[in-house]
Design a protein around this ligand. Structure first.
Ligand SMILES: Cc1cc2nc3c(=O)[nH]c(=O)nc-3n(C[C@H](O)[C@H](O)[C@H](O)COP(=O)(O)OP(=O)(O)OC[C@H]3O[C@@H](n4cnc5c(N)ncnc54)[C@H](O)[C@@H]3O)c2cc1C
Ligand code: SF4
Length: 636
C-alpha cells in the first residue's frame, strides 16, 4: 500500500484495457481533445521490443504467449501456478494442462487461469476452450496473425437469411459498416486488392474503394493449391468451384505509417520483430503522444460501481508490482477511479469484460446484466487442421517463406447449406507443419533419432550426414497445412462464470468456462474434413502423408456422428456481451452502450452477435470507431 491516490475525476473517459479496442478508442477520443485514462492490467510497453524477442528465444516451449510476461511455462511446471500470478491469462501451455489425462480436474484447475466445472456443476462436462489471450500493454494483438477480413450481410443477418442463429442490430449492415471498416483498415494498414476481395468474397465495398496498400504476393504454397483446386467443388453440398484468394493482411506490403515493409520470414505469431505487422502498441504510442492520455500499468480493475442513479459511479482497481510467477508481491495499492460524470469503456476482451461485470453487484443481478446475458453466448472459431506432404516426385511447395498465411478460400463461406451446417473459411498456412507438429523441429528430430512423432518416419529409420540433409530438404519443402475456421452459433449455455473455488494472487476470482460444440458446428467439421480430403486428392497427396485433426485422445476434442474431431482455438473470443435491438435479450446497443448504464460502453468482440467465419478483429476495430463517434457526439 501507499502509492499516491488519485480519483480519476480529472478524466473525461476511463478506458479499461489497451488492446485493439482500448488503444484505438483512447486515441480517437484524445485526438478530439478529451482527456483519457487507460487502465491496463498487465505491464506497460517494454523499453525495447528486443526484451520480447529475447523472451521468445529463451523459452523452450514456443507458443503465441512465449515472448510476453509472465513466463508461460509455469502452468506446466508449478502445481497451483495460476493462484500465484497477479494478472493471469490463458496460454497454449494451459490448454495442454487442461487436456492432460494424467491429472485430476482439480490439479488441472489449480494450474490454469481458465477453470472448468465447479462442485456446483459437477455433471456439466465442458469441452476445453482452446483459445488464449494476453494481459500486457497492447493486449492479445501483440501476437495476432494479422488477417483482416470484412463481415458480409449474410453474417450480420444470419437468422433472416438462413433461419439459424441471430441477427445483428438493424443499424449494422455491410454498407453502413463500410466507412468504419475503411477507417479500421487505414489505422491498421491493410494490404489487399479490393477488386479481388469484391470478386472472391461476399464482403461489400464501395465501387471506388482501394485498400491502403497493394496486396502481398501469394506464396508458392498458395499458388500450388490454387492450381490444384481452383474451379473444383470441395464438398457434395456445395457445387460452387473453389477460388483461392489473397487474404487482406494487417501488415505492410510497402513502408506505411513509419513502419517497414514485411520481410516475409513467417514469425508473425507470436511477434513481428520489425513491426511490419500492425499491433495495438503502435496506436497506444500515438495516443500517449497526444499528451491527453495517461496510462496506468499493472492495475487490475475488479469492480464497476453503480450509483443510485443507475450510472457507473467509479471503478475499483488493485495494483501490484511483480508480474512474474510465482509473484513476490500481492496487492500493493487499491482504490477507485472516476465519478458519475465520467464515461467508462470496458475494453478488456470478451472473457475479462464478462468476468469484470459479473464481479460487480447491481440490484438483484450484476452490472449491465438486466438481460441476464452477460457472459453467455461465448463463441470462437474452432479450427480444424489438416496437413500433408506434396508428392516426393513432384515440385517442392517451399513453405516456411512469407507471412504465416497469405491466402485462403473465401468464396464457399455462404450458401443454402448454412441452414443446416456451420460455414467455414479455409486458411492456407505458409509455415509448413509448425502448427500441427511443431516442425521443423519434430520431423528433423525424428530423422536424427529414429522416431516418428511427426508421423512421417513410420519405419523409425535413423538418417546421418548427407542422407539426413537430403531427407530433411525433401520433406520440409513439401509440407503444407490448411485450417478451417468453423462457425459457431450463439448458445446461452456456452458461457463465462466466476470460479467459486479458484482465485488469482490478488484474490480475484478466475474465470470458469462452460463450452460445447453443437451439431451445427459438428456438421461443419464433417464438411471441413470432406473438403480437406478433396484438396489432398487434387494435390496428389498419398494417403500415408495426409493427416487430419481427428481422433487424438490427448487433445481438445469433441465427437460428432461417431467421429472424434480435434480442434484448435483461433483466439477469437466473441459474444459475451452481445449487441442487439432489444434490451431484454442483449447487453449493449448498436453503439456498444450498455442498455442499463448510460455512461458505460462495452467494446470488443464480446459485442459480436454471431461470428460468421471471418477473423473478427477488423470488425471489432470498425465497431470501436463507431463507438468513438457516438461518444464524441454526446460530448460535443
Ligand atoms: C494466436 C492468435 C492469433 C490471432 N490472429 C488473429 C487474426 O489474424 N485476425 C483477427 O482478426 N484476430 C486474430 N486474433 C484475435 C485477436 O487477437 C483479438 O480479437 C483481439 O486481440 C481482441 O482485442 P481486444 O482489444 O478486444 O482484447 P485484448 O487484445 O485481449 O486486450 C484486452 C486488454 O485489456 C487488459 N485487461 C484485461 N483485463 C483487465 C482488467 N481487469 N483491468 C484492466 N485491464 C485489463 C489486457 O491486459 C489487455 O491489454 C488472434 C488471437 C490469437 C490468440
Ligand atoms: S512475415 Fe516476418 S516481417 Fe512479415 S509480418 Fe510476419 S513476422 Fe513481420
Amino acid at each position: 500500500m501507499g502509492a499516491a491516490r488519485r480519483d480519476g475525476s480529472e478524466y473525461d473517459v476511463i478506458v479499461v484495457g489497451s488492446g485493439f479496442a482500448g488503444a484505438n478508442l483512447a486515441y480517437d477520443l484524445a485526438r478530439a481533445g478529451n482527456s483519457v485514462l487507460v487502465v491496463e492490467a498487465g505491464p506497460g510497453l517494454p523499453k525495447s521490443r528486443e526484451d520480447y524477442i529475447e523472451n521468445f528465444w529463451l523459452n523452450t516451449f514456443k507458443s503465441p504467449s512465449s515472448p510476453y510476461p509472465p513466463d508461460d511455462n509455469a502452468s506446466l511446471s508449478l502445481a497451483g501456478a495460476a493462484a500465484m500470478v497477479n494478472a493471469g491469462r490463458a496460454t497454449v501451455q494451459d490448454v495442454v494442462v487442461t487436456t492432460d489425462p494424467a491429472m485430476s480436474r482439480d490439479e488441472r484447475n489449480a494450474r490454469t487461469y481458465l477453470t472448468y466445472d465447479t462442485d456446483t456443476e459437477p455433471d456439466y462436462m465442458s469441452s476445453p476452450f482452446a483459445s488464449t489471450w494476453e494481459r500486457v500493454a497492447g493486449g492479445t494483438g501483440n501476437h495476432w496473425m494479422g488477417t483482416c477480413l470484412r463481415m458480409a450481410d449474410a453474417d450480420f443477418r444470419l437468422h433472416d437469411r438462413h433461419g439459424v442463429g441471430k441477427n445483428w442490430p438493424s443499424a449494422i449492415t455491410a454498407a453502413a459498416m463500410a466507412p468504419y471498416y475503411a477507417r479500421a483498415e487505414a489505422r491498421i494498414g491493410v494490404s489487399a486488392d479490393a477488386g479481388e476481395q469484391r470478386d472472391h468474397t461476399d464482403a461489400w465495398f464501395p465501387d471506388d474503394y482501394e485498400y491502403p496498400m497493394p496486396a502481398l504476393d501469394k506464396s508458392l504454397v498458395d499458388r500450388a493449391l490454387a492450381a490444384a483446386v481452383n474451379g473444383k467443388a470441395l464438398t457434395a453440398d456445395n457445387t460452387e468451384g473453389a477460388r483461392v484468394s489473397g487474404t487482406p493482411a494487417g501488415r505492410n506490403s510497402r513502408p506505411y505509417a513509419g513502419r517497414r515493409a514485411c520481410h516475409g520470414n513467417t514469425n508473425c505469431t507470436p511477434l513481428c520483430p520489425i513491426q511490419a505487422k500492425y499491433d495495438p502498441t503502435v496506436t497506444l504510442a500515438l495516443a500517449l503522444d497526444t499528451g491527453k492520455v495517461r496510462f496506468m500499468e499493472k492495475t487490475v480493475v475488479d469492480r464497476v460501481n453503480i450509483g443510485a442513479s443507475g450510472k457507473v459511479s467509479s471503478i475499483h482497481y488493485k495494483q501490484y508490482e511483480d508480474i512474474s510467477v510465482p509473484a513476490s508481491t500481492g496487492v500493493t495499492n487499491e482504490g477507485t477511479l472516476g465519478t458519475e460524470d465520467t464515461i467508462y469503456v470496458l475494453a478488456a476482451n470478451a472473457i475479462e469484460n464478462a468476468k469484470l461485470l459479473l464481479m460487480s453487484p447491481w440490484k438483484d443481478r450484476t452490472a449491465a446484466n438486466s438481460s441476464g446475458q452477460v457472459g453467455r453466448n461465448l463463441m470462437d472459431h474452432p479450427m480444424f487442421l489438416a496437413w500433408g506432404l506434396g508428392p516426393m516426385d513432384g515440385e517442392p511447395l517451399y513453405g516456411y517463406r512469407g507471412p504465416i498465411s497469405t491466402a485462403g478460400i473465401e468464396n464457399l463461406r455462404d450458401g443454402a447449406f448454412r441452414s443446416g451446417r456451420a460455414a467455414w473459411r479455409m486458411e492456407i498456412g505458409n509455415e509448413g507443419w509448425n502448427w500441427p507438429t511443431g516442425d521443423p523441429f519434430t520431423s528433423t528430430s525424428d530423422f536424427i533419432d529414429g522416431a516418428n512423432a511427426s508421423g512421417i518416419n513410420p519405419s523409425e529409420e535413423r538418417y546421418l550426414g548427407s542422407r539426413l540433409l537430403a531427407k530433411v530438404n525433401a520433406v520440409l519443402t513439401r509440407q503444407f497445412r490448411i485450417g478451417f475456421l468453423v462457425e459457431q452459433l450463439p448458445d446461452p449455455d456456452n458461457r463465462i462464470l466466476l470460479s467459486t473455488r479458484y482465485q488469482d494472487n490478488l484474490g480475484i476470482p478466475r474465470p470458469q468456462v462452460r463450452y460445447r460444440l453443437d451439431d451445427y458446428s459438428g456438421k461443419g467439421f464433417e464438411s471441413a474434413r470432406e473438403a480437406a480430403g478433396t484438396v489432398m486428392d487434387n494435390m496428389g497427396i498419398a494417403a500415408e502423408t495426409r493427416f487430419f485433426g481427428v481422433g487424438n485422445e490427448d487433445m481438445q476434442r469433441f465427437t460428432y456422428n461417431g467421429v472424434t474431431y480435434n480442434y484448435q482455438g483461433s483466439g477469437h473470443l466473441c459474444g459475451t456481451h452481445a449487441m442487439g435491438n432489444d434490451a431484454a435479450v442483449s447487453v449493449v446497443d448498436a453503439n456498444q452502450k450498455s442498455w442499463d448504464h448510460d455512461n458505460l460502453y462495452l467494446v470488443g468482440c464480446g459485442s459480436h452477435v454471431t461470428v460468421g467465419t471471418q477473423n473478427p478483429t477488423l470488425t471489432l476495430m470498425a465497431l470501436a470507431a463507431r463507438t468513438a463517434d457516438a461518444i464524441l457526439a454526446r460530448r460535443s
